[in-house]
Design a protein around this ligand. Structure first.
Ligand code: NAD
Length: 277
């Protein structure tokens, strides 16, 4: 595969570009992940809450690829915060995926109002020490939540997976991650494909490079050092989204895209989101 790697803070190598499967049905995930693996993706981002760990696992098995070439991420859902619940949830995720270990296990949301993310983190530390997750991290954590884990925990999160795209560039959090050796992984890297890919600034950069808006946005991420996990179920787009390692944005392009930062969230606010359904 042509995708370069980032080295996480524990030495584990993670592909800089992976395949996201949020809002993809279980059967549909088998097909889409199969297409992605054929196109050269080796990293897949799922979650217990997505309801497609089984379908994802089927595609991984059917690919015939050696396990060590794959990088599989899943996440503990909000209903399973707490030490014992998270350990049980992890066993269930592994069973559904049909794997003996995952490459990255994340706390999906911090739910600071519930006050259980530090206990949940102890469960992830145990899973990591048992070798059942090669790396552990978090998702949707803000600086105070990360600080608490840095103070109370014994493992520094390898990754924080956060909403990040040109309309929400997350400069302060990215700087905090860089200071503490935490990799930044961008969810909804394409801004869910809605208005962002029609933004005239992005369209004009794309035209100048003879590339698509999605490819320009993915380059912007990669050049900032973000890990990206674009989602698509359309084979041509799946191929397009990984074909981003043979061109480069220049300083003027990067500045133009930086001008699109409006601090605009598409998803929920991590400070208050505590849905458990
Ligand atoms: P995304 O930014 O990857 O956008 C996906 C959508 O963009 C597609 O459904 C399609 O409509 C469009 N699209 C994709 N490729 C395109 C192309 N080449 N040209 C034109 N349009 C294109 O959105 P996402 O699915 O929200 O995020 C990606 C992944 O991030 C998810 O699948 C999931 O794995 C992860 N995620 C994590 C969290 C979290 O809380 N940790 C939340 C949301 C998403």
């Amino acid at each position: 595969s042509k995708v370069p790697f980032i080295t996480l803070n524990n030495g584990v190598r993670m592909p800089r570009l992976g395949f996201g499967v949020w809002q993809v049905g279980d059967d549909e995930a088998t097909e889409a992940v199969g297409t992605a693996l054929e196109a050269g993706y080796r990293s897949v981002d799922t979650a217990a809450a997505y309801g497609n760990e089984a379908g994802t696992g089927k595609a991984l098995a059917a690919s015939g690829l050696p396990r060590e070439e794959l990088f599989v991420t899943t996440k503990v859902w909000n209903s399973d915060h707490g030490y014992d619940a998270a350990l049980r949830a992890f066993d269930e995720s592994l069973r559904r995926l049909g794997l003996e270990y995952v490459d990255l296990y994340l706390i999906h949301w911090p739910m600071p109002g519930r006050g259980l993310y530090a206990d949940t983190w102890r469960a992830l530390e145990r899973i990591h020490s048992e070798g059942r997750a090669r790396a552990i991290g978090v998702s949707n954590f803000h600086e105070p939540h990360l600080r608490r884990l840095l103070e109370e925990g014994s493992v520094v999160p390898a990754v924080n997976q956060i909403e990040l795209h040109p309309n929400l560039a997350q400069g302060a959090l990215r700087a905090f991650h860089a200071e503490h050796g935490i990799a930044t992984e961008a969810w909804s890297p394409l801004g869910q494909g809605k208005g962002l890919l029609e933004d005239p600034v992005i369209v004009s950069v794309a035209e100048r490079h003879g590339r698509t808006p999605a490819q320009v946005v993915l380059r912007w991420h990669l050049q900032l050092g973000n890990v990206v996990i674009p989602k698509s179920v359309t084979p041509s787009r799946i191929a397009e989204n990984i074909d981003v390692f043979d061109f480069e944005l220049d300083g003027a392009d990067m500045t133009a895209l930086a001008g699109l930062d409006r601090g605009e969230r598409l998803g929920p606010d991590p400070e208050t989101f505590d849905f458990t359904g």
